[in-house]
Design a protein around this ligand. Structure first.
Ligand SMILES: Nc1ncnc2c1ncn2[C@@H]1O[C@H](COP(=O)(O)OP(=O)(O)OP(=O)(O)O)[C@@H](O)[C@H]1O
Ligand SMILES: [Mg+2]
Length: 484
């Protein structure tokens, strides 16, 4: 709900709440006041007072429309007397301070006193005679110049007017108090859901302005404030991502520059050495010359492969390569891989075979060419680390309920436990000295990028002296699961 709407509703509720409480307080007051104060005031007595007032009101209105002479008519006086008696009161008609009519007997002192009090206390509708409170109503007549007439209605009332004052004070007090309390509640709600979150948002915005994007912005508040906090958080995430991407670009650029200068330096220096050797006439026989040139050529092939790896890795790292995913049957794909590498392995006197533990045909969605690159890296590594003769690499295909797991197991030298978590880092080599000259050291880093590009996982298990198990898990393609 919008904040303004909510605020309006809360205020209306506060007002309504105050009214309800005031009403309750009034009812409780009328019910309990007599017991607490000790007077015999009760609802009936209040009713009586109201009756007297309304009866007097009616008689006064009637009298106001009559002349003084008409008041003196017997018929009127009879009616007047009946009506004031039913109200338990008295009616007195006075002409120039002389009592010309009194519905019931009343001492002249009381009449004089009443006239005096009612004359002075304009607006007050009660007076006190001999300790008893009376309600009164008075109508004045100008009979002739200098001649005045008065109709005075009097009735003793059981409740002293003070009760009205207390009643008024209590109701007004309760109203003001409850209204204030409800408003306090509204203000608390407003501060908790609007003011406090807004000030936190302001602080968050200031942090973003200062470049601190690390702290998330909590979703809080109501209505527009909640939306604002969400938008600001999205903005922070987007900004952070774009800054991180920028940093990654920068890091990648410097990575490329530094790797090109460092890793390509060794083969380039040796190429330079061989060519200089030829130019200086060190290779004196045609065989020697041929050998130098062959070596230089082999080094250029290596440099080429390294540059290819570097560019591929950098593109993968920046997500600049798109994948061409195809539904692929796992067994036939790896049978093809085995065929591709069988010759190389047998030439090196090593064995390579496939072991299928899948239940039926299993398909995965892969970019076949890029996945070949992964398999190639792993099979090249394995081949390098197994012994001629007894060395064997087995590709084992398994499945879990949702994934296909490919294990490429060798019985080579294995990888020390301490190095295991790092072999997927770029340029990481267990024995740097040994491998410095062949390969870029990016093989497994590239493999990891590609497998993760397939939303898969790659990890290694190894025991020194026993061999290495390279594990890849890929999500199975739903349609192919269990199909014949
Ligand atoms: N099957 C294995 N047995 C023993 N060690 C391995 C095995 N596979 C990888 N390693 C170790 O992990 C390191 C990283 O392998 P990676 O393939 O990333 O680089 P590389 O093979 O040295 O270079 P490149 O693959 O670019 O030719 C290797 O240098 C090697 O020390
Ligand atoms: Mg390798």
């Amino acid at each position: 709900m919008q904040v303004t709407k909510r605020l309006f509703m809360m205020n209306a509720l506060a007002m309504l709440g105050a009214f309800v409480f005031t009403l309750l307080a009034a009812i409780i007051f009328l019910g309990f006041y007599p017991k607490v104060v000790g007077t015999d005031t009760n609802l009936n007595e209040v009713q009586r007072v109201l009756d007297v007032q309304s009866g007097f009101g009616e008689l006064t209105r009637m009298a106001a429309s009559m002349t003084f002479e008409e008041l003196l008519e017997d018929q009127y006086q009879q009616e007047l007397s009946d009506r004031v008696r039913t109200l338990g009161g008295n009616a007195v008609i006075v002409r120039n301070r002389n009592v010309v009519y009194s519905a019931s007997p009343m001492s002249s002192v009381d009449i004089e006193r009443s006239l005096l009090l009612t004359d002075q206390a304009a607006g007050l509708d009660t007076l006190e005679l001999g300790g008893t409170p009376y309600a009164f109503a008075r109508t004045d007549y100008e009979i002739a110049p200098g001649e005045r007439g008065v109709l005075l209605l009097l009735a003793p009332i059981p409740v002293h007017t003070n009760v009205y004052l207390i009643f008024g004070l209590v109701t007004v007090g309760v109203f003001v108090l409850t209204f204030l309390l409800f408003n306090l509640g509204v203000s608390y709600w407003f501060s908790r859901t609007i003011t406090a979150p807004v000030s936190r948002l302001r602080e968050a915005a200031a942090r973003i302005r200062e470049g601190d994007l690390s702290r998330g912005i909590a979703e809080e508040g109501e209505g527009e404030v909640l939306e604002l906090s969400r938008t600001l958080e999205l903005m922070r995430i987007k900004l952070k991502e774009s800054i991180e991407l920028q940093e990654k670009y920068d890091e990648n650029r410097s990575f490329l520059v530094s790797s090109i200068s460092h890793d390509l330096k060794t083969p380039m220096t040796s190429i330079k050495g061989y060519i200089e050797g030829i130019l200086d006439g060190v290779a004196q026989t045609p065989e020697k010359l041929q050998q130098y040139l062959e070596t230089a050529r082999a080094k250029t092939v290596l440099v080429n492969a390294m540059i290819d790896d570097l560019l591929l890795y950098s593109k993968l790292d920046l997500n600049q390569l798109s994948y061409h995913m195809e539904r692929t049957d796992l067994v036939s794909y790896f049978q093809d891989c085995i065929l591709d590498y069988q010759y190389e392995y047998s030439q090196a006197g090593k064995r390579l075979r496939l072991h299928n533990e899948l239940n039926g045909s299993v398909s995965v969605r892969i970019d076949r060419e890029r996945m070949k690159r992964v398999v190639q890296n792993i099979l090249d590594n394995a081949r390098n680390y197994i012994q001629k003769g007894e060395g064997e690499v087995v590709i084992i295909l398994r499945q879990t309920p949702a994934t296909a797991v490919i294990e490429i197991r060798d019985n080579g030298q294995g990888i020390p436990e301490a190095d295991l978590p790092r072999i997927f880092e770029r340029f990481y080599r267990v024995d740097p000295a040994r491998n410095r000259t062949d390969g870029s050291g990016l093989g497994l880093a590239i493999a990891k990028q590609i497998v993760e590009g397939h939303e898969g996982k790659i990890w290694a298990l190894s025991k020194v002296g026993q061999g290495t198990r390279m594990m890849i898990s890929l999500r199975m393609d739903g349609q192919g699961r269990g199909a014949p």
